[in-house]
Design a protein around this ligand. Structure first.
Ligand SMILES: CC(C)(COP(=O)(O)OP(=O)(O)OC[C@H]1O[C@@H](n2cnc3c(N)ncnc32)[C@H](O)[C@@H]1OP(=O)(O)O)[C@@H](O)C(=O)NCCC(=O)NCCS
Length: 153
């Protein structure tokens, strides 16, 4: 069985979980972003993080949320994931970079080690499994691009 301490020290995870858990019932704003930065997450003060948004409590420092990013109600952003391969537990982890002005729809999930490009949109209830190009709109499970992006670089 996997042990919590195989991932990270128990006090560190507990602290992160406390901060992030409390943030889930806070209104969006500068104070909330400051509070979340206590975990080491890199969050711009202008980002909008709705209630019930779950940020990864194990490796929050791998999270970059730039200015004017919007994260809708109930979305989850993961910088690590536990998987089981050939009977063994493996941990996948990597930086998640939400670039300027991107919009993450409510109840969406963003997997580890990817970039959501500038001014892109992720539809509600989507599962983001790969990089989202700047200015595009992606929807669904897994999230795929649909036409009508506002611009494309
Ligand atoms: C993704 C989104 C931005 C697209 O809006 P739009 O550009 O006006 O696109 P449309 O509504 O015309 O939909 C275009 C196509 O994508 C599909 N689609 C739209 N949103 C979808 C979603 N979330 N998941 C799956 N498919 C979706 C539509 O069914 C339509 O498919 P069709 O062409 O086969 O009929 C919007 O639907 C959305 O999900 N916004 C997020 C809202 C949100 O979560 N706000 C935060 C709340 S706190």
């Amino acid at each position: 069985m996997i042990k919590l301490s195989d991932l990270r020290s128990r006090p560190r995870i507990s602290w992160n979980w406390f901060v992030i858990g409390l943030s889930m019932v806070m209104a969006p704003g500068r104070f909330k972003n400051w509070w979340l930065r206590r975990t080491g997450a890199n969050i711009h003060h202008t980002a909008w993080i709705s209630p019930d948004v779950l940020l990864d409590p194990v490796f929050p420092e791998l999270l970059i949320i730039e200015e004017n990013v919007f994260i809708g109600w109930g979305a989850s952003i993961f910088t690590h994931m536990i998987d089981k391969k050939g009977g063994e537990f493996v941990t996948i982890k990597g930086e998640v970079w939400l670039q300027k002005g991107c919009f993450i729809g409510g109840k969406s999930t963003v997997k580890p080690a990817l970039k959501v490009g500038r001014d892109s949109k992720v539809g509600s209830h989507s599962l983001v499994t790969r990089d989202v190009l700047p200015g595009t709109i992606v929807v669904g499970i897994p999230a795929k691009e649909i036409p009508n992006g506002e611009y494309r670089e």
